[in-house]
Design a protein around this ligand. Sequence first.
Ligand SMILES: [Zn+2]
Length: 266
Amino acid sequence: MNCLSNDEVVHVKENGIEYIQFKRLLEYEDRITHCFTLKPLDFKIENNNNKVLNEYDKICKALEIDSKNLYRPSQTHSNNVKCVNDEEPGIYTKEFQEVDGLITDKTDKILSLTFADCTPLFFFEPVKNVIGNIHSGWRGTYQEIAKTAVRKFVTDYGVNVKDLICVIGPSICGKCFEVDEEIAKQFADKFNEANGFRNIVKKFDNKNKYLIDTELINRVILNREGLSNKNIISCGLCTKCFSAYMHSVREDGEKAGRNTALIMLK
Ligand SMILES: [Zn+2]
C-alpha cells in the first residue's frame, strides 16, 4: 500500500511533502485549513530548532498559510487547554507553557501540536466558527482532556455541543498499545464497566501485559459530553501499524520523530 486514503482520509502528496486531511473537515475548506503531517516531515525539537522551523515553512507553504502565525505550546501530558487570542505567536512562548490543547475563534492563528502515538483531537464548530487542537496521550486521556476541551468550547465560546465536530486523528490503536498491569489497573478502575465503558482494557498475554484503547475512551468521553456520534469521526489509522508513514514512539523508540497536527480558521 502506498496510500493512506480511506473513507475518512485524503492522503496528499505534493512536491515531496506528504500529509493527510480529513474529509469531514474538508467540507469546510472555505473556512478552515488543517492537516496531519506524514514522514519524512519531523517536528521533534531537539538541539536544532532551525530544522523544525524549516519543516513548518514547508508544510505551511504546501497549505498556503503563513508559518509566522503558528502557536505551538510546550506539551507536558497535562489536561490544560488554553484559548488563543492576541498573544504573540511562536514555539513554546511563555503564555503556552504546559499546555496540551488550544482553542480559538480568531482567524489566521495556526494551532499546532505534535504527536507520536498520542491521540490528536481536531475540533470544529461551524455555527460560531471555533476550532480546537488537543493532545490526548494516555495521561491526557486518563485526565480526560477531551472533557476539559468540550467544556471550554461551551463556557468560553457559547458553543452548543450538538454542533461540535471532533475528528480523532491517527494514534496508537487498541491492538498496539501495550501497558503494564499498574497502568491497566488505573484505567480499568476509572473507566470501568459500571461507568458504561466496555472493552477499554484487555488482557494481552500471560506476561501481565494489557492493551488499552485510548481512541475508544476518547469517543466515550466526547459522547458523554454531548457530541453526537455522527460528529465524532475516527480516521482509522494507527501510528504504529502505519509507522512507515507516521512517527511512532512504540515503533521507532526514543529516537522517534514527531508528526504535527495543524488547524487554522481562515
Ligand atoms: Zn495499531
